[in-house]
Write a protein that binds this ligand. Sequence first.
Ligand code: AMP
Ligand code: TRP
Length: 329
Amino acid sequence: MPTIKTIFSGIQPSGRLNIGNYIGAISQWVEMQSHYNCIFSVVDYHAITVKQDSEELRKRILEVTKIYLAAGIDPEKSIIFQQSAIPAHTELAWIFNCYGTHMSDLNKMTQFKDKSGKNQESVSVGLYDYPVLMAADILLYDTDIVPVGEDQKQHVELARDIARRFNNEFGDIFKIPQAVVRQEGAKIMSLLDPTRKMSKSDDNQNNCIALLDDVASAQKKIIRAVTDSGSEIVYDPLHKPAIANLLTIYAQLGNRQIKRLEKDYADKGYGDFKKDLADIVLKFLTDFQSKYNKISDNDAREILEDGRKKIEKIANGKMERVRKSIGVR
Ligand code: AMP
Ligand code: TRP
């Protein structure tokens, strides 16, 4: 019997999760949990790489957990846990800082460049080191596959490099993981600027549709979304990035094929298209939020605690091997 593969992924409890996070990451996870051993983390120690309000962070950790559950992550099939509850993550990150990671690796990371912008000298060291903690998350559990959005591929590449270098020095300790990115929907773009990613840290909330947005305002955001010149509804990301993005959202949330949508809207204009998409978004969010509202904070706490208990042993087992291999035990 072939062994069942392990999946690991996570989202930071910072900002408001949006349909980009759902389409690019979480919806993939839901499909995978019937076929693989799945581990999904609320990566709170990644969130603190930028300033967080402590009350707010505490709330967001439960919110993200409830979003996982409402989206269909089933704690009977998958492990859901809070990153900071397993100290092995930060311990392994420290070891990778010393073995396996070069300054030149981190200097190349585009997300660091984007997030630090002109403040490269004053942002936290944590923001710079963030991909190393992510590598520790992934490698600790002998992960085979990491389902993420497009923007995280470079970080998974680094995890592969770190694993290879560590194995070269100390033997076969880590599995080499692979990123898996959705063919369609790996990068949902902003509603007002289709050249930029829809991001949960965006200050202008009109760029994104949050999963917990008030449904009426979400509808308005779709109606106000920018469109391209011309009037045809065709999927052409290069020449019609705004319409291509809206078609992707429509297909993903409405469970339709883009080709089919192009045919259905062949004789219609942007106005009709956006009105229908606004209805699709309304239906999706209403359904999602009704599930979300049925889950209590206490349910979320219990699920995180169950998850911690389930994986603590795996993490500790791997750490013992790592500590021995580098000579601290
Ligand atoms: P983040 O919001 O950066 O914490 O990302 C959490 C997960 O959602 C990662 O797997 C990202 O790649 C994915 N993701 C974030 N924004 C988008 C987007 N606009 N489109 C598709 N996937 C996204
Ligand atoms: N860096 C990822 C993001 O912002 C979140 C993350 C942390 C992650 N650790 C991970 C994703 C491990 C996949 C696997 O989206």
